[in-house]
Design a protein around this ligand. Sequence first.
Ligand code: SF4
Ligand code: SF4
Length: 392
Amino acid sequence: MPIESIDKDIRNTIIELGGTDAYKCYQCGMCTALCPWFQIENVNFLVNRIPHNVKLGNIMTSEVKQEIDKEVEELFRCVGCDNCLAYCPRGVNIGDVVRAIRRILVDYDSLPKTLKDIIAKVYSSGNPLGDAPEKRNNWAKKFDLPLYSPDKEYAYFACCMPAYDNQVRKIAEATIRILLTARISFGITSDDVWCCCETMRNYGAEKLFQDTAQININAIKQAGINKMIVSSPHCYTAYKNDYSELGCKVEVIHTTQLFAQLIKDKKIVPIKPLNKKVVYHDPCTLGRQNNIYEEPREVLKSIPGLELVEIENFNRKDSVCCGAGSGGLWLDWQKGERLSDTRIQQIIETGAEILAVSCPYCMQMFEDSVKTMDINLEVKDISELLAESAGT
Ligand code: SF4
Ligand code: SF4
């Protein structure tokens, strides 16, 4: 391509918005082969073309509306799992490059409708489901829990999904049963704390992320929270990595980290045996992105009778994304084109009877896949398995 055809404005804007890594790429193609989409036959997601196109200032290659729609859809395919980053010989962070491109697309209102609707819902209600903000803590009513106050050691934030969605509420409920049994000093966060918006940031809604981050940081500061327990790896990474850069000082602990410690301290004792074969799925955001691999396994191994098996070649840092990250949870991928189905296929090959998860998004994706694939496999959060074994 002649140098005068390069759209320098677009190229420079992508670079300014965080896509600098595009320049490091030397087109080896490793990322395309390592991307989870490569495992799906019908999909041809050429990841290595992304940095190449950035260098040319070329987000869209077509001027035909239908073709542009397809290209936009492709750009929202990346789930931000960082599998490509883990093996790229040049350390190119494709997630950052894609996020920079999407920020431009979001600014031009060029994004899938469901993701656009989510932005509006968070602005109007503080959560992606669009439910009333004052109902955020309704799930906890039956436990009669106090709100966090500075005399408590921890605040618990359940994540919007367990708080509002019946399908995954059981994660928050099991967690509360464990915290109560272990006599942890805690209160729940008030409804002033909104969605963390990590996912929205990854799909390009940077302004929404910045606005909600400020709301949450202020709410946490005002409540005097120093330590916060979270059930979602997405909330975990938002507070630990993104909010801390914005001056948030809270110490954030994922439930699996806390549970492993409680077991070590004998504050919670799993006694009821579970004589089943269990496989653990490493969520990208907890594992690859935050290096938390062992604590979830330690919790599972502490349950008497439980046989922990691994997904050969695709565990720990080689885990395969469930497809929910970066807005994938809300996108309607066709049958035969779902990452969660591919992952379930790998899980079935282990012979496991239970799939253990540690992320509300993973749970939703896998439960849906198990149902549509008509497979006999239980999907359970680690909190549920521990709560059951500890007789809470
Ligand atoms: S693996 Fe890295 S260097 Fe190779 S094509 Fe992909 S981004 Fe470029
Ligand atoms: S971050 Fe994950 S989904 Fe996105 S391009 Fe890399 S491997 Fe593919």
